[in-house]
Design a protein around this ligand. Structure first.
Ligand code: G6P
Length: 606
């Protein structure tokens, strides 16, 4: 993941910037750079690869400015070259950026038409020229930035400095985290408190949509509507911990809110944003010749795999077999040569998943693992690793790892589709575009949690909760039920909506909340019929849907209104409300959200 840092210092800041970047190394990166303002002029040093390369560059040609920004880059738009490394700059402004500017192509075209010269393949450079354009029209730095921010679409964090401004830095957060650090006569910006720990433990986290104007002695924060706002300042414990909760009550809440960012980074690893196509690492097998895919996993990772099955079957027209690893390993499954076996695991250490992997390996399958820990046993025993870039997940109930796993599986499905000729280039571009828009949609969803707090009162009274979904929403319903039982200890089951009448309908009465996951797709009307069967028996329906409320055709306890998105991305999007329902219900009930009873984060026994 990219890391951002900025310092308004009382002495040259280059060494401190590199120190702070070193503390962000854990996020992963492939190039780095810093820029400072010296005697009113902007200058920068950048280098491919590790920070020591940047240090060598700085040693050869030091930067002496007292205000500066730094960046570690995980390539998304454009290869990891020095030319694409951040900071990006004109003679007026320099920018570091984390996330995706979705409309950068349109912006770039406009700006090029006005004569702005682009020197990199990045989306970030559009921000530089957008602000420069405002400055050239006579706007002051704050006004030019405000105007530029209003034109950016996507999920991102930015730190910005200006030529001729020795006491000014601007930060913005929309989907990717950013924190202000308060020093004595110094001010800082960072992707997290860990980066800033050597300088200060006094931290203000920006909220979604916030932007801030910093000097050495002042920090002024504005919300999305450009109204001045106060955000709490906290004492961070980041110096002693590698990961902290930020200003969240629980790791789970923090990890839910990190999703726009980690999905951006994970997608960045598998998508060539500029070309609008997927780019998978070599899988050790010709994808056009794969004759069958076998997916195996446990818990939440298994549900990610089920979504993967729907996608691979739909977009690549390939038969997919999926099973829970503990069943698969003893099933004596006949496997033909030429098969691809995919294992999904956050920890990469789950014993059953590992044994399933070994079984497939013995039976001549090519092994690809989707793991969050690259050094894990499952990763080591695979032919290819498809990493999720979710960062450390601390909450036992998996959230950001799940949506990162889905992000990788979606890209795998598209790569298989392209290789097998079942996806036209136009469709691939359309689907890739839908994926890149996803972080923004998820950011929007995370803006208002009041509805979940209210629902928590109702759900906490229930003994049983049913989750229904049809098609690719079925695994999301199952994951919803798992989340709720894991952390609130309320019994919950996820069912295929069409299966309701074959048993679970017997449970329905006015005390059973039924949570229906139903995007307005070609299956929506079928699910509506199932909802009516529930309503007719007095069940309390909570609908999660982008459809107008009237289309439900029955009384609802609540309607969680979803943004309209592409069908491909709906499972990722609908995963968020089911996480928030479980989280707020557990908080309301006072359970141990991050470490629920009897559960372990990594299960290394059978
Ligand atoms: C445990 C965790 C779950 C997780 C499952 C699989 O049960 O509590 O959150 O989904 O293991 O773990 P893995 O590390 O293989 O994804």
């Amino acid at each position: 993941m990219c890391g951002i840092v900025g310092i308004l210092g009382s002495k040259p800041v280059a060494i401190d910037l590199v120190d702070a970047l070193r503390r962000l190394e854990y996020r992963g990166y492939d190039s780095a750079g810093i820029a400072t303002v010296e005697k009113g002029k902007l200058d920068r040093r950048r280098a491919e690869g590790k920070l020591r390369n940047l240090e060598t560059r700085l040693h050869e040609e030091p930067l002496k400015g007292h205000v500066g920004i730094g960046h570690t880059r995980w390539a998304t738009h454009g290869r990891p070259t020095e030319l694409n490394a951040h900071p990006h700059m004109s003679d007026r402004v320099s920018v570091v950026h984390n996330g995706i500017i979705e409309n950068f192509r349109d912006l770039k075209q406009d700006l090029q038409a006005k004569g702005h010269k682009f020197t990199s393949d990045t989306d970030t450079e559009a921000v530089v020229h957008l602000i420069t354009d405002g400055l050239q029209r006579g706007l002051k730095p704050i006004e030019a930035t405000k105007e530029a921010l209003s034109r950016l679409h996507g999920a991102f964090a930015l730190a910005i400095i200006f030529a001729g401004e020795d006491d000014l830095m601007i930060g913005a957060r929309q989907g990717s985290p950013l924190a202000i650090g308060h020093g004595k006569g110094e001010m800082y910006l960072g992707s997290d408190a860990i980066a800033l720990a050597p300088f200060t433990d006094t931290i203000t986290y920006l909220d979604e949509g916030d932007w801030c104007v910093l000097s050495r002695d002042t920090s002024v924060i504005f919300d999305k509507g450009n109204r001045r706002v106060d955000r709490p300042t906290i004492k961070s414990v980041a110096s002693s911990l590698l990961v902290d909760k930020g200003n969240y009550r629980h790791f789970m809440a923090k990890e839910i809110h990190e999703q726009p960012e980690v999905i951006s980074h994970t997608l960045g690893n598998y998508i060539d944003m500029a070309a609008g196509i997927v780019k998978m690492p070599a899988l050790g097998i010709d994808l056009s010749e794969v004759n069958r895919v076998t997916i195996s996993a446990c818990g939440t990772a298994y549900y990610a795999g089920v979504v993967g099955k729907y996608w691979i079957e739909k977009y690549a027209r390939l038969p997919v077999e999926i099973d829970i690893a503990s069943e698969f390993r003893y099933r004596e499954v006949p496997l033909q040569p030429g098969g691809l076996s995919v294992f999904v695991s956050q920890s990469g250490e789950t014993a059953d998943t590992l044994e399933a992997l070994r079984y497939c390996k013995r039976n001549g399958q090519t092994i690809a693992s989707i793991v969050n820990v690259r050094t894990s046993t499952i990763a080591r025993e695979s032919n290819t690793i498809l990493p999720t870039l979710a960062g450390p997940e601390i909450g036992v109930a998996s959230t950001k790892a799940f949506t990162s796993q889905l992000s990788v599986l979606a890209c795998l499905a598209l790569a298989l589709g392209r290789a097998r000729g079942t996806l036209s280039p136009e469709t691939e571009q359309e689907l890739v575009k839908a994926l890149t828009e996803l972080p923004r949609h998820i950011s929007t969803l995370l803006h208002n949690e009041t509805v979940y707090e209210e629902l928590a009162h109702e759900i906490s009274k229930a003994r049983d909760v049913l989750y229904l979904g049809r098609g690719v929403s079925f695994p999301i319903a199952m994951e919803g039920a798992l989340k709720l039982k894991e952390i609130s200890y309320i019994h919950a089951e996820g069912y295929a909506a069409g299966e309701l009448k074959h048993g679970p309908i017997a449970l329905i009465d006015e005390n059973v909340p039924v949570i229906v996951v139903a995007p307005e797709d070609e299956l929506f009307d079928k699910t509506v019929s199932n909802m009516q069967e529930v309503a007719a028996r007095g069940g309390q329906i909570i609908l999660i849907s982008d459809a107008p409320t009237e289309r439900a055709g029955c009384r609802l306890l609540a309607h969680i209104k979803m943004p309209k998105a592409h069908a491909l991305t709906n499972p990722l999007l609908y995963a968020v409300p089911i996480q928030l329902i479980a989280y707020h219900t557990a908080v309301f009930m006072g359970t141990d959200v991050d470490q629920p009873r009897n559960l372990a984060k990594s299960v290394t026994v059978e």
